[in-house]
Design a protein around this ligand. Structure first.
Ligand SMILES: Nc1ncnc2c1ncn2[C@@H]1O[C@H](COP(=O)(O)OP(=O)(O)OP(=O)(O)O)[C@@H](O)[C@H]1O
Ligand SMILES: [Mg+2]
Ligand SMILES: [Zn+2]
Length: 581
């Protein structure tokens, strides 16, 4: 690739950009589409008379134009690849061929310049197969010059190829564009640049890390010439051994530690550190907006680190940095890093237009410090499960409380629904094969069913009773004071009811109607409609306390198991007192 002869500087040192100017199509980095199309045209001898190469600075436009000129004029050509050793190739490489004309559009932009050019192309090329005229920065030509050029393109001189190059395609008049074959030279990727720089470093015997080359490539922003020039600069600064720090210094890149420290402060929510860090940036003379865009990139890199399997393929950073970063984000989910990244991006425009960038930066970074951590989804789901289990537990405890202490729960229910007994009575009845099950006690239910069939007018009066109590001798229908008149009504049919009662029970139960006060209708060892009776025998000494006691399912279970009956009930604290004494 190197051909120092014509391009060597006076000092003998040839800058990398010139030393490594590709001499064949195969040496051109990237630009595959352009190269392929041109080589095919050369193979098929279908070379156009005018080309327009557009693309940013330093991506190979002039280089490719020269290779094309050689390919057309090579003694072995026209050929898809010039030999670079024949007289013609060498003459073009050394810029000594008269029929190879390079014009700078910026300094030869007048109509006179173009007229002179037109005159010079009137005649057939004398020394070569093709005359090749390269007009660089063609967009700089004046309007008149363009018009003159247009005429030339309309009547193209024989065996002459025009190559116009421009970094500002949109400034080239459409009339010119439409008469040329247009090739777009693309910006080179960081990868392409790094790999080319590595190639050069190898040739030059440089010791330089991938990270440093990445910094160079990033700074070059798609231009291979810029990358080569920066590498030259680095060599001048550091010699053949270039450290990461050298690269950072020369390229004016912000110290990685500053980013790392800032990110650490943000992720750990240490807002007080933000001020220190910003102070450091300012005293080191860094541009805050530049830092900010670096911070965005830092979070992007953390995201790459989190989501990719082989992050080292995407992130050209020193290995020890990768390890530090891994620790930094070990607790974070990808969504969280993404959130930081998005919020940072939101702030970018604000920082750019802020009249007080320092304050803007500080407040935005502190905002990030206060960003609440997202909980991992699995953790949230786990917590929901736990909560569910807890609630279930509470509910079942409540249910069992309800069974253990129905009096208390009745009070609660009453508070909520008003008259509890009324509510219970109006609840839908379930039918069994014998008739209705309302009271839950077999005998009382049978009695009620007989009433429904045999004296339907009496059934509702029976049903409306506030409480029904059963023991071995009696069925007591208790009516609260507001239902006294029902008691009086049913009293009239007591004989009939007694007959039914003795029929439905083998024990010959007697019916008793109690037109009681409200207090009497309060719970005892009774059956409320819909409540199952244990069928326990209750002695005549039943009092209010015994009633509540017997509503306790545990107590009932004990009585049932022991086949006993309640003699008296003592209050819990008095029992405790007794125990103490
Ligand atoms: N695609 C490429 N492949 C290899 N080297 C390249 C490429 N592009 C640029 N270079 C390097 O950059 C130098 C300058 O390239 P070239 O003169 O072709 O750029 P250009 O596109 O014409 O830029 P400008 O618009 O500034 O004239 C070359 O000598 C070469 O070292
Ligand atoms: Mg050029
Ligand atoms: Zn040749």
């Amino acid at each position: 690739m190197s051909n120092p002869t014509a391009e060597e500087s006076k000092s003998g040192y040839l800058v990398l950009a010139r030393k490594y100017r590709p001499r064949t199509f195969s040496e051109v980095v990237g630009q595959e589409a352009v190269v392929k199309t041109l080589q095919n045209a050369l193979k098929e001898n279908r070379v156009a008379h005018a080309y327009l190469f557009s693309g940013m600075r330093g991506v190979g436009k002039t280089t490719v134009a020269r290779i094309l000129a050689k390919a057309l004029n090579c003694e072995k050509g026209p050929t898809p690849e010039p030999c670079n050793v024949c007289f013609m190739c060498q003459a073009i490489n050394e810029e000594k061929l008269l029929d190879f004309i390079e014009i700078d559009g910026a300094s030869n932009r007048s109509i006179e310049d173009v007229k002179a050019l037109r005159e010079s192309v009137q005649y057939e090329p004398m020394h070569s197969r093709y005359r090749v005229i390269i007009i660089d920065e063609v967009h700089q030509l004046s309007r008149d010059a363009f018009n003159a050029l247009l005429k030339t393109l309309e009547e193209p001189p024989t065996r002459t190829v025009f190559i116009f190059a421009t970094t500002e395609f949109h400034k080239v008049p459409r009339t010119i564009v439409s008469r040329c074959q247009h090739f777009v030279f693309k910006k080179l990727s960081i990868r392409e640049i790094i790999s080319h720089l590595k190639f050069i470093a190898g040739k030059e015997g440089l010791i330089v890390s991938d990270y440093s080359l990445k910094l160079v490539a990033e700074a070059a922003d798609g231009s291979l010439r810029d990358a080569e020039t920066l590498l030259d600069q680095l060599i001048s600064f550091a010699g053949n051994e270039i450290s990461d720090h050298d690269a950072e210094t020369v390229l004016g890149v912000i110290d990685r530690n500053l980013f790392q420290n800032m990110v650490e402060a943000i992720l750990q929510g240490k807002s007080e550190k933000v001020f220190d860090q910003v102070e450091n940036l300012i005293s080191a003379g860094y541009d805050l907006r530049y830092f900010y865009s670096g911070l965005i990139e830092f979070f992007r890199n953390l995201l790459v680190l989190k989501v990719t399997e082989k992050p080292e393929e995407f992130l050209l950073v020193p290995k020890e940095d990768l390890e530090t970063w891994c620790q930094l984000i070990s607790e974070l989910k990808a969504e969280e890093i993404l959130r930081y990244l998005l919020i940072l991006q939101e702030g970018e425009a604000g920082l750019r237009y802020s009249s007080q960038p320092r304050i803007f930066l500080e407040s935005w970074l502190i905002k990030l410090c206060y960003l609440p951590r997202l909980k991992p989804l699995e953790k949230v789901l786990r917590e929901i499960d736990n909560l569910k289990a807890e609630i279930k537990g509470k509910v079942s405890i409540q249910n069992s409380t309800y069974q253990v202490n129905p009096v208390e729960n009745k009070a609660v229910k009453q508070a909520k629904f008003g008259n509890y007994q009324k509510a219970e009575k109006s609840s839908p009845m379930a039918a069994n094969k014998n008739g209705f099950t309302i009271f839950g006690n077999e005998i009382v239910d049978q009695l009620y069913n007989r009433l429904v069939r045999e004296k339907p007018t009496l059934a509702p009066i029976f049903k409306i009773a506030s409480r029904v109590e059963v023991n071995n001798e009696k069925i007591r229908l208790i009516y609260s004071s507001d239902k006294k008149h029902f008691a009086a009504l049913i009293e009239r049919d007591l004989a009939f009811l007694n007959r039914l009662a003795s029929e439905v029970s083998s024990k010959g139960l007697e019916l008793e109607i109690v037109p009681g006060s409200q207090a009497e209708a309060e719970p005892r060892a009774t059956l409320k409609p819909g409540e199952r009776s244990s069928g326990t025998s209750h002695g005549p000494g039943i009092n209010g306390q015994t009633g509540s006691f017997l509503e306790d399912p545990k107590a009932r279970a004990v009585l049932e198991t022991l086949k006993g009956h309640v003699v008296g009930v003592k209050k819990k604290n008095s029992v405790e007192k007794n125990h103490k004494t």
